[in-house]
Design a protein around this ligand. Structure first.
Ligand code: SF4
Length: 424
């Protein structure tokens, strides 16, 4: 006998809003995955040695052949306003572009130092675009820790591209958000089999493939942190498709179904296309979920992936979210996710790190997802942690990656059980 209780979601859960000290990476971090994706782009950070070190340290774990990012380092004399930073920037850009004719898109990326000394990079980009067009398009965005956290760098980058995209009246689907090529190819082949073509992506791998946008463009996000890009595309007349994000079997299926409905595709055909990958994902996630079932999880706010991931872990892996923190809660983008997330956890937005640490210590969840800076001290206190940054550096979207996504959470729990068998 079972009791059939109606499902209660987090749609109406009051949000705990905190504004205090934050412990998160800045938006420069996004360059690490964007430079791999956009093969003829270059990201020139106008910043300090700290910015250069952050990029090198973060990129040090990645393998890449030709560097597609660099830092124009502001020296002390620039910071003191003694040098004409604009003239130096023009010289550096000219030198870079003459050495690297493969560069077709150049992003001037703002940082804390460039903002503090108020270098107008929007102006600089406009000026340099005039000089180097049509061979190179020069754009700018900010990755500064004053303005952005972690994944907001990608949002700022893509939003900077939208006004410069060509116009079209064509009826096209645009998928928005950087995915590893192999994952993007899986998604595109399923969309093609469903009959969703033509499909374009932003960012494109090369500038020659940049999508056009207009009143007949329907677009859908694959990353939850693209609020500014979402707004910029609407401003260009494109229509958003609202859906949960494609994490796990359920999220991926609802995402494809939303596309199918928006484009008026034949549902029976869509379900036939999705049947085999769905079955594979269900089976592979179920195997990993054995480690996760019944375990509690606490999310610090890092990437804006937290709410969709909590939904996946709760519904497909049987985990129990205690607190789900997000740096910023975009009500419209998160509505489909909150409607699926089972009622129970505290939903928090922003951060006051000391207060949140107190809550995490009191909760002593089986797994705490947080940034690198918090993980070590919490591990030392006997908590099991997962680094949030791995969630954006690992292919985790759509069916074939669903078990890997669950595995990212299962590994630290298994490791802890091996180290402290009495606690398992
Ligand atoms: Fe640090 Fe700011 Fe540079 Fe980011 S942009 S590395 S927060 S100085």
């Amino acid at each position: 006998m079972s009791l059939d209780t109606p499902f209660r979601s987090c749609t109406d859960t009051p949000v705990l809003k905190e504004r205090g000290q934050r412990e998160v990476f800045c938006g420069l971090t996004g360059i690490i995955w964007l430079h791999r994706k956009m093969q003829d782009a270059f990201f020139l950070v106008v910043g300090s040695r700290t910015c250069a070190h952050l990029l090198q340290a973060a990129a040090g774990v990645m393998i890449f052949a030709e560097p597609r990012f660099g830092t124009a380092i502001l020296e002390e004399k620039d910071l003191a306003g003694l040098a004409d930073a604009n003239a130096e920037l023009d010289r550096e850009v000219a030198r870079l572009l003459s050495r690297r004719p493969d560069i077709r898109q150049l992003f001037l990326v703002g940082s804390c130092p460039s903002e503090v000394i108020k270098i107008d990079l929007a102006r600089a980009a406009e000026r340099l675009d005039g000089v180097h067009a049509p061979n190179v398009r020069v754009l700018n965005f900010s990755g500064s820790g004053i303005e952005t956290t972690f994944t907001e760098g990608e949002d700022a980058c893509l939003a900077s591209m939208v006004p410069a995209l060509p116009a079209t009246d064509a009826t096209e689907l645009l998928v928005v958000g950087a995915l590893p090529d192999v994952v993007e190819d899986q998604m595109l082949s399923l969309l093609a089999a469903m009959g969703a073509g033509p499909v374009r992506t932003l960012p494109a791998r090369r500038s020659t493939d940049l999508p056009a946008v207009g009143p007949n463009t329907r677009f859908i996000l694959v990353q939850p942190f693209l609020g500014a890009t979402h707004a910029a595309l609407i401003k260009r007349g494109a229509t958003p498709i609202s859906a949960p994000f494609p994490f796990g079997e359920e999220g991926s299926t609802l995402w494809f179904h939303a596309v199918a409905e928006a484009l008026g595709l034949d549902r029976a055909k869509v379900d036939a296309v999705l049947a085999a990958p769905r079955a594979r994902a269900q089976k592979s996630v179920a195997a990993v979920a054995e480690t996760l079932r019944g375990k509690s999880i606490f999310f610090f706010p890092d990437s804006q992936l937290e709410i969709p991931l909590a939904r996946f872990l709760a519904r497909e892996c049987g985990m129990v979210p205690v607190e789900v923190g997000t740096p910023y809660l975009h009500r419209e983008l998160m509505a489909p996710e909150l409607a699926l997330l089972p009622h129970g956890p505290t939903i928090s937005e922003g951060q006051d790190v000391e207060l949140q640490l107190d809550r995490a210590r009191a909760a002593r969840a089986d797994l705490t997802v947080c940034g690198l800076g918090l993980a070590n001290p919490l591990e030392a206190e006997g908590l099991t942690t997962k680094w949030a940054i791995e969630l954006v550096f690992t292919p985790v979207h759509f069916y074939e990656q669903a078990a890997d996504l669950a595995g990212l959470f299962a590994r630290p729990i298994r490791r802890r059980a091996l180290l402290t068998p009495e606690a398992a």
